[in-house]
Write a protein that binds this ligand. Sequence first.
Ligand code: IPE
Ligand code: IPE
Ligand code: MG
Length: 225
Amino acid sequence: MNKALHVAIIMDGNGRWAESKKQKRVKGHEQGAKAVREITKFCATHKDIERLTLYAFSTENWKRPRLEVEFLMKLLEKYLKNELEVYIKNNIRFEPIGDIRAFSASLQKLIKEVKQKTAHCDGLVQSLALNYGSHDEILRAVNKLRHEKKDITNEMLSNALDCKHQVDIMIRTGGDQRISNFLLWQLSYAELFFTDTLWPDFHEDELTDILNEFGKRERRFGGLN
Ligand code: IPE
Ligand code: IPE
Ligand code: MG
């Protein structure tokens, strides 16, 4: 197996998880944050995984009720404050993607601080996609490059994106089979896995099964094997 896998996850199903237990949707987000910690720690110790990119808040999620959005912002703040120690202890580098300028000044400061304080860690790279949308990411990249005198190459565009790394394994929990504006450029040859498991119920054993299944797939990248 490739020693430097990039795993990306659309962590979906928090709301339904809570509703199925007759709880408020936000309880599902709280439980979802625990799953983020478990899966991140597991990936940090896995010999084949180099990067873990997790879709936490999309550019479209602002459409949700104000109270849910506010709760998610507070949860992110709490998560990052708690997690800094966990990141450092487990040698995890935090590299957020997305346009965080839409967040409050204090949350932006915290995100930058965690990024900077884990910059020396050279184990797993955990990227949280925060106010992330692939269209927005590509447009920001194109705008950065628009004054270039020469033609834009694949490498130039890749390097101008927030996430500069192609994905090997894309997992979506929660039963829906769509991409929801996640890493459209980077998913070009990713192996896709969809599971009905709701994100708070997704544990390392299921990720292990997916990694085993991935190991059996034949990736041809358009060529012949
Ligand atoms: C994913 O869970 C988390 C975020 C989008 C923030 P959802 O909140 O979308 O949960 P469902 O899909 O409604 O169950
Ligand atoms: C995708 O889930 C975004 C995140 C997991 C952060 P959504 O619940 O927002 O996606 P749709 O609306 O079902 O496509
Ligand atoms: Mg959803």
